[in-house]
Design a protein around this ligand. Structure first.
Ligand code: ARG
Length: 473
């Protein structure tokens, strides 16, 4: 291929590089490998072709290319796209990156006209365009997967609107809540992640094409046209900024870090809940693996792995922030290092969401265990205090009375609801026989009957609002 390329290049430079004109010796073999990016940036090949097609079409519309030249270039690029999809493209490290591999292949296939494609652009605006197109595609896939996960969570939350479980603070039983309410808490986190993703998308979706190397180009290009052809909202404003900043990729990783932070929290809860100590849910076997030595084991590998992937995502965010820090304008080769973290960040977000979206509808709560756990740990103590306040006792005094009742129950090794009326009345004569209604778990959750509260009818209403929000996307 390189021989063909040299002849198509019609160039006597020793390196046979597209940029080799001013060079008098070939690139050092190690340096060639060290500076190449084609091993990883070939993932953007189809976006590179998409960008080139728009650029060539615009050049023909403004008269820089003839209609016939455009037709040849278009045909050649489309054939190359097929070649790439079929896995038959001869990628070459000598040609450094995805851009020069494709451009050189075009010239090899269609002849001298191929050499006109790079008129009025640079790899600097080309790569910035490719990354944005690639990331936009990934963002759309990730958004769809987020929506699938949220739909599953809201459906399950509605089914489990009446299922009582302990709510925790400090991982100690605090007050009873419903499982549906807990699932909707996860859903809220994901709603904000979705909003962050869409916000990031707006800034990704601007066209740097036409910024050329750094200063723009002397050809009469139409940047609005290429932006339109590529589905970008508008061209970017400043050529120096366009070829250099990767803040949009950093933002995406920041989205990813928060998403994974949220998924890691849910993962941690799944890991706890599937343990025999909690025994709150059943995770179907297909999401678990066994142990090679302990036959009894069923490990929650999928949530554990998602939890672990958070580290990698945070690493990518820090890598890109550090990559960008202190870079002088405009393009620097440092930016070639943006791709692997960004690609992996997008892959990780998509994979973790997929795992969760598959898993969420399959979670089977063990309702009796949840209920039994909620009944332990004096989780209705606050309800007793609120009851006393309704009977005219000041909250601080009520707190003290309930504290004493709890201490008494601990001594008797029973729950508050197991104490007799006479025993309870020893602590306050404001207590009547209606007290047992508020000491039940059902009464406790039903009483939290306001927007954002855990009452089953509030959970059902919240599910309705969540569904509406998802449908409006
Ligand atoms: N492979 C390069 C990158 O990823 C493409 C841009 C190269 N531009 C340059 N002037 N060397 O950033």
């Amino acid at each position: 291929m390189s021989n063909d390329n040299a002849s198509a290049n019609n160039n006597q430079n020793p390196a046979a590089k597209l940029w080799g004109g001013r060079f008098s010796e070939a690139t050092d073999a190690f340096v060639e490998r060290f500076t190449a990016s084609v091993m990883f940036d070939q993932r953007m090949a189809l976006e590179d072709i998409q960008g080139s097609l728009a650029h060539a079409q615009m050049l023909s519309e403004v008269g820089v290319l003839t209609a016939d030249e455009f037709t040849q270039i278009e045909g050649g690029l489309k054939d190359i796209a097929e070649e790439i999809k079929a896995g038959e493209f001869p990628w070459s490290v000598e040609l450094e990156d995805v851009h020069m591999n494709i451009e050189s292949r075009l010239t090899q296939r269609i002849g001298a006209t191929g050499k006109k494609l790079h008129t009025g652009r640079s790899r600097n605006d080309q790569v910035a365009t490719d990354i944005r197109l690639w990331l936009r595609n990934r963002i759309d896939l990730i958004a769809a997967e987020l929506t699938r996960l949220q739909t599953g969570l809201v459906d399950l939350a509605e089914q489990e609107a009446d299922t009582i479980m302990p709510g925790f603070t400090h991982l100690q039983s605090a007050q009873p809540v419903t499982f549906g309410h807990h699932l909707l808490a996860w859903n809220e986190m994901l709603t904000r992640d979705y909003e962050r993703l869409m916000d990031c998308r707006k800034r990704v979706n601007r066209s740097p094409l036409g910024a050329a190397a750094l200063a723009g180009t002397s050809y009469p290009i139409n940047r609005a046209r290429t932006a339109e052809l590529l589905g970008f909202d508008a061209p970017t404003e400043n050529s120096l900024d366009s070829v250099s900043d990767r803040d949009f990729a950093i933002e995406f990783c920041a989205f990813g870090a928060l998403l994974l932070t949220h998924l890691s929290r849910a993962s941690e809860e799944l890991v706890l809940w599937t343990s025999s100590q909690f025994n709150f849910i059943d995770l179907p076997d297909r999401f678990c693996t066994g142990s090679s030595i302990m036959p009894q084991k069923k490990n929650p590998d999928v949530p554990e792995l998602v939890r672990g992937k958070t580290g990698r995502m945070n690493g990518h965010l820090i890598a890109l922030l550090t990559l960008m820090k202190s870079q002088p304008l405009a393009y620097n080769k440092d930016n070639q290092e943006d791709k692997e973290p960004l690609f992996d960040a997008a892959d990780t977000a998509l994979d973790c969401l997929r795992a969760f979206a598959d898993m969420a509808p399959a979670l089977k709560p063990k309702k009796e265990n949840m209920l039994a756990a909620a009944a332990k740990g004096f989780s209705t103590a606050t309800d007793l205090a609120d009851y006393l306040v309704r009977k005219g006792v000041a909250f601080r005094d009520a707190h003290e009375i309930v504290g004493q009742s709890v201490a008494f129950a601990i001594e008797k090794d029973c729950d508050l609801a197991d104490l007799s009326l006479a025993e309870l009345q020893k602590f306050s004569d404001a207590i009547g026989d209606d007290v047992f209604e508020v000491l039940t778990l059902e009464g406790s959750v039903a009483a939290r009957d306001h927007i954002g509260g855990t009452a089953p009818n509030q959970v059902r209403a919240a599910c309705g609002r969540a569904r509406k929000l998802i449908a409006s996307r």
